[in-house]
Design a protein around this ligand. Structure first.
Ligand code: CO
Length: 519
């Protein structure tokens, strides 16, 4: 965070961005997730937009916009792009993280070409322009012209809420809440989705008051790590496993693009959630015209592949990163897409979307009148279950991590046909992707090993910073037998966990015997 507060740091960053997009005469959306420094950064960006003669900026009231809402506004208002202030699911506060993202006119993250141009501009920057004007008032809806620039403060929720109403059967969901027997708990994690969730779930759809918890966006997210997974959303997770748990539980992250879905005493894995969303598309008004195709990031569970095959549509396997999906969405090649890290979305905008995923589930629940658990287990019986889990080996040195990946990469061509712990290795490769739209090539996207009985192990190295690296190992196994589908995930994947350690010599090369985090 302190990085951004250094003298001229943010100013140089923004000037490089403005130079890259030639901001004079352009229109932009601007907002952030409300974390520490959000308001100050917005004032600096506004003064610079005025000095650089931007034509118009639309801002969420109080500087608030979730990432999906900003993506939607860019598209809805046909702006040239948008600036989103957020560090997503990372902690906020004076000592924590801050970030700036630029999204292009399609509403999606800047592509590689634009990022490269920005990098060149940032290296060459010698000065920046900033107007000497007082702070702009951000807390009421109004318009103001300053110099050549129009600034309009808008309700951050209204347009987004209208889009959701268009996609989902709000009447039916309202009836579900009105029945009085259905209860939900949404954990906004003191982050940006609070105002969206209060407006949509409680005020519009009739969820009882208090269904949305930790609804106030706080500068430090109340000291929490706003990442919706069983570890960081442990309050919701434990609540949903308590005897008095409501029927449905969900959470979203700092900037509102991730989601976690739960039923009473039941956790829905992100891969199953994507598959079930796709399989139930014909129940949802906004998706009744059919599904063009589906995409998932390579490490994401292949559960959705079976749904795509059943529907007779293409399933794309992409590197991790929403920009790969945005290309496919723009060409109308896909309708739904998802990532392993609790990200799900569709062609309605060009980011993953937490509230959207929650509404999708609410619409399925209202339509099917079944519990979350029944819906998921029925899905497994119909399509088979993909047991799935991620093992993180945290706090290893970058050198250790690189050793694991380099050694295993060398082994890959020799692995097929080998038997390990009673399981045959079918194939192994280092995942690379050719974008079907712009033909760009992305290499070294993770080591992928396929074993018999549809087992798959993926190795990726990430979090490469000065304090070390994390080796992520993704384990997946298909189980067609309904009687065996109800096993505990860790029990079902115990063999594979062992194989994954032997294959990569994790213990020898990192000193770790067990993962430090299992999600
Ligand atoms: Co996020």
């Amino acid at each position: 965070m302190k990085h951004f507060q250094q003298k001229d740091y943010l100013e140089n960053f923004i000037q490089a961005l403005f130079d890259t997009i030639a901001v004079e005469g352009k229109t932009l959306v601007l907002g952030g997730d409300g974390r520490f420094y959000n308001r100050e950064a917005i004032q600096i960006i506004l003064r610079m937009a005025v000095a650089n003669k931007a034509a118009k900026l639309w801002l969420g009231r109080n500087g608030i916009l979730s990432t999906p809402a900003a993506s939607h506004l860019i598209r809805k208002l046909s702006t040239d792009g948008g600036i989103i202030l957020s560090a997503s699911h990372n902690p906020g506060g004076a000592e924590a993280d801050f970030g700036i993202k630029y999204n292009s006119s399609n509403g999606g993250p800047a592509n590689t070409e634009l990022s490269d141009k920005f990098y060149v501009a940032a290296c060459r920057i010698t000065h920046y322009s900033i107007a000497d004007i007082p702070d702009i008032e951000l807390d009421s809806l109004r318009e103001e012209r300053i110099g050549d620039t129009m600034i309009e403060i808008i309700d951050p929720v209204a347009e987004y809420s209208t889009l959701m109403e268009h996609l989902f059967d709000f009447d039916r969901i309202h009836q579900l809440f009105n029945s009085g027997v259905f209860h939900m708990r949404f954990d906004a994690m003191n982050a940006v989705t609070g105002p969206y969730a209060k407006a949509i779930f409680e005020r519009t759809l009739g969820a009882s008051h208090g269904s949305v918890v930790r609804a106030q966006p706080l500068e430090d997210f109340g000291g929490t790590h706003p990442d919706p997974n069983p570890m960081y959303a442990s309050e919701l997770y434990e609540h949903m496993f308590a005897p008095s748990a409501p029927d449905f539980g969900a959470a979203s992250d700092g900037d509102g693009d991730r989601n976690m879905i739960m039923g009473r005493q039941f956790m829905v894995s992100p891969g199953d959630s994507l598959a079930i969303i796709a399989a139930n598309a014909n129940r949802i008004p906004g998706y009744r015209d059919g599904v063009a195709g589906i995409a998932r990031s390579m490490p994401t569970s292949r559960a959705v592949d079976r749904v795509a095959a059943y529907m007779g549509v293409d399933c794309y396997e992409t590197p991790t990163g929403w920009k790969y999906f945005a290309n496919l969405l723009d060409q109308r090649l896909i309708t739904f897409c998802g990532e392993e890290s609790f990200g799900t979305g569709s062609d309605h905008l060009r980011e993953k979307d937490g509230i959207w995923a929650v509404l999708f589930w609410l619409n399925i629940l209202a339509d099917r009148q079944q519990s979350v658990r029944d819906i998921v287990q029925q899905h497994w019986r119909a399509f088979g279950r993909h047991f799935y889990c991620r093992h993180d080996y945290e706090g290893i040195s970058l050198q250790q991590g690189e050793n694991v990946i380099a050694r295993l990469s060398e082994q890959l061509p020799k692995l097929s046909g080998q038997c390990i712990d009673g399981h045959e290795i079918i194939a192994g490769d280092n995942f690379s992707y050719i974008d079907p739209v712009d033909q760009s090539v992305s290499e070294n996207q993770g080591l992928r090993i396929i074993l018999g009985n549809e087992m798959r192990i993926i190795y990726r190295l990430s979090g490469t910073s000065t304090d070390g690296a994390t080796l992520r190992v993704y384990l997946e196994r298909f189980e067609p037998n309904p009687e065996k589908q109800l096993q505990d995930t860790q029990v079902a994947l115990a063999d594979m966990a062992k194989i994954s350690r032997i294959l990569a010599k994790i213990n020898e090369l990192t000193g770790l015997n067990e993962p430090t985090l299992v999600v």
